[in-house]
Write a new protein. Structure first.
Length: 295
């Protein structure tokens, strides 16, 4: 029992001082470890990590499933164990990582939430005719939907990376990977109007989008902006900036775009990440097919 506490305390120090994990993350890790070793003690009569084995870890996961714990939560707990035993291996305190052979539970594939074409058309038409006072919000929503860029990519988009003459923007995605995304004429016209207002505001920021006080946008502002706007046009359950990204990709696919091209526009590292939109399109086709009198 003492040995277990010592192992866990040393691991916590490692997470805090070597890995710079947040306090909330460390607390969650500690809770996961305490939960597992309590289970192990009931199963084996021993809480020591030295007594841990793969079969007991699998039994623990089964017990969590029987408690109807979410798959994502179970996988997170397994990840905690893998990380903990990996640390013990690194410190040569155990000979093997008993959690390593245990595979994550398969997550149910979720079909992305997206706007219907009629909804997005109304949104697009209305925002394209926005008054000057609403140009910031309209430009943000239009660009998110029309390009599929991520929220942080929009927030960090620099003035120098927006070429309205060529109708394109340069975006830096995950891992600072650069990609060029085209923008259509109607969005260009809105951005031209917004840019004139943007350049009249004193600001130390070099980003395209800034608040009226000259400060850059922040994630919560963008979320609220999108949430409020989508609420006017759609009853979809989720109304986040990512819904506009999903809508962008799904509508492209429904209109015949190749999935490999959509991958490049979205900035996905692999085609596997983009395949989910093919599932979304199939779901849409099945729904339409049900309207057939012989379906």
């Amino acid at each position: 029992m003492v040995a277990t506490a010592r192992f866990v305390n040393d691991y916590v120090d490692y997470l805090e001082f070597q890995k710079s994990f947040s306090g909330n993350t460390i607390t969650a890790y500690i809770k996961d470890l305490e939960q597992y070793f309590s289970f192990q003690e009931l199963e084996l009569g021993d809480k020591s990590p030295l007594a841990s084995n793969t079969a007991t870890i699998r039994s623990w996961l089964v017990s969590l499933m029987e408690e109807n714990l979410k798959t994502t939560s179970i996988n997170r707990k397994l990840s905690t164990l893998k990380s903990f035993f990996k640390y013990l291996r690194m410190m040569e305190l155990v000979e093997i990582n008993p959690a390593k052979p245990v595979r994550n539970l398969k997550l149910p594939q979720k079909i992305p939430v997206y706007l219907r074409v009629k909804e997005s058309n109304r949104l697009f038409d209305d925002l394209s005719e926005a008054e000057d006072d609403d140009l910031l919000k309209s430009s943000v929503v239009l660009l998110l939907y029309h390009t599929g860029i991520r929220r942080m990519e929009l927030i960090e988009l620099k003035l120098t990376n927006v070429d309205l003459k060529k109708g394109q923007i340069k975006v830096y995605g995950k891992g600072k990977k650069e990609r060029i995304v085209p923008i259509g004429l109607e969005v260009v016209r809105v951005l031209e109007r917004y840019k004139r207002i943007r350049l009249s505001i004193e600001s130390e920021s070099d980003t395209l989008f800034i608040l009226p006080n000259g400060k850059p946008l922040y994630p919560k502002w963008v979320y609220n902006c999108v949430n409020t706007t989508i609420s006017k046009y759609s009853k979809v359950e989720k109304k986040s900036p990512h819904v506009l990204r999903h809508s962008f990709a799904t509508h492209l696919l429904q209109n015949g775009a190749e999935i490999a091209s959509i991958k490049e526009l979205l900035g996905h590292a692999s085609l596997a990440s983009t395949q989910i939109y093919a599932q979304s399109d199939i779901a849409h086709l099945k729904k339409v097919h049900k309207l057939h009198p012989k379906s």
